[in-house]
Structures are given as C-alpha cells and as structure tokens.
Design a protein around this ligand. Structure first.
Ligand SMILES: NC(=O)c1ccc[n+]([C@@H]2O[C@H](COP(=O)([O-])OP(=O)(O)OC[C@H]3O[C@@H](n4cnc5c(N)ncnc54)[C@H](OP(=O)(O)O)[C@@H]3O)[C@@H](O)[C@H]2O)c1
Length: 329
C-alpha cells in the first residue's frame, strides 16, 4: 500500500434520502486485515438493493455508509496472501455496502470469502457490470430453479439487468425463453438478446404464456414481486417451479397467505437470496470468456462517472434503465 494515497473519493450516504443524499466525500482508504482483501476499484455496477438502502427500505443497514454491494478491480493489499497484488477480482454481497463500507469508492475492503478472481482483457465497464447480475442469474437458475436444457422459462421483469442476464444464461443452457416488459418499445431489446417470446406485461401474462406453452412453463423467475406472483404461478405447469428472486415493484410480502388458495395445484414456489459463494470463479471466468468470444452479451444501459452516482440512482428509481448501470473510475 506504500505507493497508494491515504485517502480516496467515495460516495457516502449519511441517512436515507433522495438521490442527492449520495454525496461525494474524501475519506480514509480502509486497511485490510488478515482474511480481507483491499481492492482498487476500477468499476462497479449499481443495484436495486442500494436503491432500497437509500430509500430506507433495507433492514440492518447502518449509517453513515459507503454503499455498493459489489465492486470490480485489482487487489491492492492482501495481508493473508490469498491473492497476489494486481490480481483481477470482483467482490460482492455479504453485508458489503450495508453493514460495512462497499463498492461506491476508489478502494473497498472485503472478506476473502466474498472475493472472486478472474482474468480478462474486457473493458472495466463491462467487467464491472457482471458480478452481481451474473451471480443472481446463475444462482436463480441453478439453486432456485434447477433449470435444465430443453426446458421453458418465463422471466417476469425481463428488461431488468438480472432478467436480461438470466435470458443470456438460459439461452446458453439451451432453454426456450419467454420474457416480459411493460414497455412495448423494449420488445426489440429482448429479441436482440435471444429471447424467443417477448410478452408485453399488463399485469397478467399467464394466458399469453399458455398460448405459447399450453401446459405452462417449466420454470419461472419472478423479479417484479408479489403483485405479479399469483399470475406467474398460473403461468407455470404442474410440478414446474417459480423462483421469487426480485421485487421491482418494491412489494415483497404476501398478506394472509393461505397456501391452498394462493398456490395453483402442484406448482412449486421457491426463493433465491444471493451469496457471493453462489458465483464460483469458474462460472464468472466462463461467462467473461464467452463475452470476449462474442458468444454472450452483457446488457449495459449506461456508464457513469463516480460524481454522477446521484443521477444514476435517479435513473434507476425512475425505471429509465434497460440493462445494467455501471460506474467507471
Ligand atoms: N435475490 C437476490 O439475490 C437478488 C440479487 C440482485 C437483485 N435482486 C432483485 O432483482 C430485481 C431486479 O434487479 P435489477 O437490478 O436487475 O433491476 P433493474 O435493472 O433496475 O430493472 C429495472 C426494470 O425493471 C422493470 N420492471 C418491471 N416491473 C416493474 C415495476 N413494477 N416497477 C419497476 N420496474 C419494473 C422495468 O422494465 P420495463 O419498464 O421494461 O417493464 C425497469 O426498467 C430487483 O428486485 C432486485 O432487488 C435480487
């Protein structure tokens, strides 16, 4: 660390508030202890979880806080010797940006178990977009849905960055992908990603789904939340699986849950909450290699500078983005 400055620019949130509450500050660079990795952040993706934190909707967050549940960069210090200085890494989840300072900064410090190494010559803006979105898509498909080649999948909230990443992975897996947007102007974006059937979502898509797959889909990924969950369940076949991963509507609880009324007969409901360990290094590496080879696409909406984080949050809150919002140093 001797050749690094002592202080860094970071985005600090003192308390929940509007986008402008995210202020640029000069703060000390964190010190890595054994078992931790100090990362020089090159780029980071923005996430809904950080929007929830800014809006005061997230449990267990303490303030003031440098937000950011993920970051991508190079190892600047690693006292335990687990990684070499200069190794490319991503860090994500596990309280990052929530209970300890996260990725909206020039440096971030994370426990070794939350650090995933990779080697890639892709641009940092692309690399910064990938980790959390890939982990959520991969974890939902594997742990949540046990998705298999040849199966059909409905992605509810398909133009979200997680939805688009899931479509890319599902197509690579050999699935038939049905994906929703509320905005007819975004149909082509999803088609370009390889989605087989784009459905315009007016709150009910089960009938549209069953006109394509009469018995219902094998798997469904719910990203909009509890307002659409009953309809997503109705779009799924007997013994098919619905995985509740997201809540773009900001509604995630079911009032007066009576299973026999709520769940169609034989349809299975599960959920996925991410963890860094759900993104094995080989999965990240394989995906980055596929992107470099032109076999997979990283859906990026726009790349911002650190001082534009408030603008990026406003874009996310207003639903103006189709794809990942990325900040590049
Ligand atoms: N469980 C986990 O581990 C985990 C991890 C990461 C993210 N997530 C969750 O996954 C979801 C997707 O996150 P993301 O970062 O990919 O989202 P995002 O990119 O910000 O998604 C934004 C898009 O969602 C669509 N959307 C559909 N219904 C919506 C509604 N009712 N309200 C607002 N937007 C709606 C909009 O597209 P259209 O206008 O085209 O419909 C909007 O452009 C979030 O709920 C997030 O919290 C979960």
């Amino acid at each position: 660390m001797a050749d690094h400055p002592r202080s860094m620019r970071a985005i600090v949130l003192d308390a929940p508030g509007p986008p402008e509450a995210l202020r640029v500050a000069e703060i000390p660079i964190p010190t890595a202890r054994p078992g931790e990795v100090l990362i020089k952040v090159e780029a980071f993706g923005l996430n809904r979880s950080e929007l929830h934190t800014r809006l005061g909707l997230a449990d267990g967050v303490t303030f003031p806080r440098v937000l950011g549940i993920e970051a991508t960069g190079i190892v600047a210090a690693c006292p335990g010797g687990e990684y070499a200085i200069g190794q490319q890494v991503a860090a994500l989840m596990g309280g990052m940006g929530r209970t300890f300072d996260g990725g909206y900064a020039e440096f971030t410090c994370a426990p070794v178990r939350q650090v995933v190494p990779f080697i890639s010559s892709l641009e940092w803006a692309t690399l910064g977009a990938v980790p959390e979105m890939l982990q959520t898509a991969h974890g939902s498909l594997t742990i949540g849905l046990d998705a298999q080649p040849g199966q059909s999948i409905l992605i509810r909230g398909g133009t979200s960055s997680v939805g688009m990443a899931t479509a890319v992975l599902a197509k690579r897996l050999g699935m038939t992908v049905l994906s929703t947007t509320r905005n007819p102007g975004r149909v082509e974006i999803l088609q370009t990603l390889g989605v087989d059937h784009v459905l315009v979502d007016d709150g009910e898509v089960a009938l549209q789904v069953r006109s394509v797959v009469p018995d219902g889909v094998d798997a469904a990924l719910e990203l909009v939340g509890t307002p659409t969950l009953p309809d997503t369940l109705r779009a799924t076949r007997v013994h098919g699986v619905v995985c509740f991963t997201g809540m773009l509507s900001n509604q995630w609880t079911v009032r007066d849950f009576y299973p026999i009324d709520y769940l169609p007969r034989g349809v299975r409901l599960t959920a996925y909450g991410g963890d860094a360990t759900d993104l094995p290094a080989e999965v990240l590496q394989d995906f980055l290699d596929a992107v470099a080879a032109g076999e997979a696409h990283v859906p990026i909406h726009r790349v911002y500078r650190l001082e534009d984080v408030a603008e990026a949050h406003a874009d996310m809150e207003a639903g103006r983005a189709a794809g990942k919002l990325v900040v590049l140093h």
